[in-house]
Structures are given as structure tokens and as C-alpha cells.
Design a protein around this ligand. Sequence first.
Ligand code: ADP
Ligand code: MG
Length: 408
Amino acid sequence: MERKDIPEELKQKFIDLYGCAPDGLFFAPGRVNLIGEHTDYNGGHVFPCALTIGTYAAAKKRDDRKVRFASVNIRSSVTEISLDDGELHLDGSGSLKELGLGANDWTNYPKGVIWAFAEAGELLPSGFDILYFGNIPAGSGLSSSASLEVLTGLVLRELFALNDVKQQDLAVLGQRAENVYVGMNCGIMDQFASAMGREEHAIFLDTNTLEFAYAPLVLSDAKIVITNSKVKHQLASSAYNTRRSECEKALWILQKAAGGAEKIPSLGSLTPHEFEEIRGAIEDPVVKRRAMHAVCENARTIQAVESLKAGDLRTFGELMNASHDSLQYDYEVSCPEIDYLVAEGRRIDGVIGTRITGGGFGGCTVSIVKTDALETFQQVLSSKYMEKYGLAAEFYVVEAGAGAHRLS
Ligand code: ADP
Ligand code: MG
């Protein structure tokens, strides 16, 4: 579907499916993270922006307790549940994944949001019908899941006038749904960017306090380019959770060495210099490298935002490059295909910086590329990548877009 036609087409599909017109149309964007990777669960800073691609929904309140979900992207029938069903009432004994229920079912994301709303005291007075459509490339690490969650929260708030739920709460409740209900231990970045994005701005977010500031994305004669490697290695979600526990272990050791948890509340609270002084306490070289990434990536992110504000795009690009190297060697969440795209990208004139973006093990790279080098960048990379891996990389020249909002 063409972007401008999506709302109308989705409305028509809703009518075809459910037999009546929706009460409203809604949108929540995906995101790309410019720098600050794997820092959002370490109390560090991130610097993402929302995109203009994302997930759309048409929805209508019902008079009974039924909820019906469907997605244009998932060609299966409608999933119907009742607000009174047991699956919406986790009893604190763990996520659905741990309970072995409904694994890999996409409706866990919206169900999780209903559950998170209920847990926060936001009970729905009735059910609803909803139809989703997303134009984020599947499995590319541009956070279709967060956009689905934030969008669902927005729909609930708007349909049922849950006016206590602020825009930022959509992020927090979406993350809660993904953490507890879906069982993916993600940080707050993706949902925050999807809920709080602003056109032509990136968000400098302290994930420890949720304090944030918008930074204008003034790139003058350059653009943000996302390159989709089209690979997604199986490791992704298990390794993500392993990295989290490695960082927790590092923090625990450092806190013990420092003589108290309050001295080092998170890895993100340490400067590289402070880390240098205390890192000897960590014996395991792998755990040490993980912590090293978390600390230095946070410092790079702070510096990158400063350099962007100062109009120093060159330093911004160098920090993006350093971020990739750290993710490749210290944090070990990259993969050969992505490393190849990054290495070859850096050889092209006019590429200011390029790195892996998202959770890792495939997905996309994000690059800042001079406008006059855009064509060469895409041509050279796509032909080299095809030759080496037999895969057709995809390129998206993106703009920073607005956060989740009602369309009509
Ligand atoms: P991403 O990096 O895109 O967030 P995830 O694996 O975290 O990747 O989330 C992708 C999952 O989110 C899909 O497998 C599907 O279950 C769900 N999803 C995302 N967008 C849609 C959509 N438009 N319709 C149905 N399910 C969706
Ligand atoms: Mg996701």
C-alpha cells in the first residue's frame, strides 16, 4: 500500500472484515537508533528517532466483552477473546513464554497491552474490534513490536477515553507488555521512541530517569540511510537475555567492590574513567567486555549528541563507527553480513558514519551519508553484498517522524 492511501484502504478492509465502519484510525511509528545501543537496560542514554513507517490500526468499540484482533500482515483469520478470559489475567507467576502458552502468537503483543493496562488499573468497560497493518519490514530490527504495543495502548486510550494515560505511559505500558506478557526483556527505548517521537528530531533519553530532550536532526547535506541486511539469526532473543544477565553480573561485582549498590546504581552511572579504575574487580574477560561496552557506549552517546548540537557531524559519524566496533568486538551482537555492510560502507566517500542498529544478529545498519553519495552508496553496497552473500539488501532513506497519534 502507498503510504498516503493506507488509512483509507485500512478503513475499507475493516468494513469488509467486521461489517461496520471503525470509530477511528491510528498510527504508531517504528524507530531507528542513531547511537546508544544496548544501553537502555543498563541505565544509560540512547538517541533514537521515530520513523515515518510504522503500524496503523482501525478500531471500533463493541457493546459486549469480546475483543477481535486481525492484521493485514498476518493472513490468518480473526482471533477472538473475551476480556474475562484467563489469558488476560496473569497471576504474577511469569510470562506467557515461561508458562508455555501461545508462544509466537502475534496477538500476545496487543493482549499484553490490555493486560498491562488492567494491571495499572485501567480496566476496559467493553471489548473492541481492531485491524492492524504495518509497513515496517519484518524482522529488520526497526521495532515493529514496539509500534504494535504503543499503537494498541493509544487505541485503548482513545476508544475508552482513558485520559489518565499520558503519551509517555504508552511507552511504559508497552514495555511492560513485552517484558512480562511476551517474555522479551527489552529496555524502554523502542516504545519510548514510538510514543514520543517528533518530526525532524531525535530523542536524547536517559533511560534511568526517563528524562529526555529533543535534538533537532540538522544533517545539512546528509541523510540517514537504513540498510536492511535481510538476515536475522536465530540467536537474537536468547542472546539478548544473556547480554542482560552478563551486564547484571558485572554491575553486581562492581557494586560489591565499591562497597554498596547505591555507589553504582547502574553501569550507565559510570564514566569510562571511573570504570577503568574499578574494572579489575571483574575477573571474567567476557563479562568485563560487556560492561566496557555499556559504559563506553553511554559516554559516546552523550558526546554524540553534543557534537550534533555543535554541528560537528564528523565527530558524530566517528562515534557511530566506534559504537559499531564495540558492538562487534566487545558486546558481540553483530554478525558477518552486517559487519560486511559496515566495513564496505566505510570505504565509500561521503559516508560519515555507519553502524549496526537494533538488538543485533542481523537486521539493519544505520548510516549518515552525504546526499551526493547516496546513489553510489546504494549501488556499490547492493552489488557487493549480492556478490558476497547472494542477498538483495534494501535501502531506506528516512526522515524522523512524529510519535503515536490518532489519524482520524
Ligand atoms: P522488531 O524488531 O520488528 O520489533 P520483533 O521480533 O520484536 O521484531 O517483533 C516482530 C513481531 O511483532 C512479529 O513477529 C509479529 O508477531 C509482531 N508484529 C509486528 N507488526 C505486526 C503487524 N503489523 N501485524 C501483526 N503482528 C505484527
Ligand atoms: Mg521488537
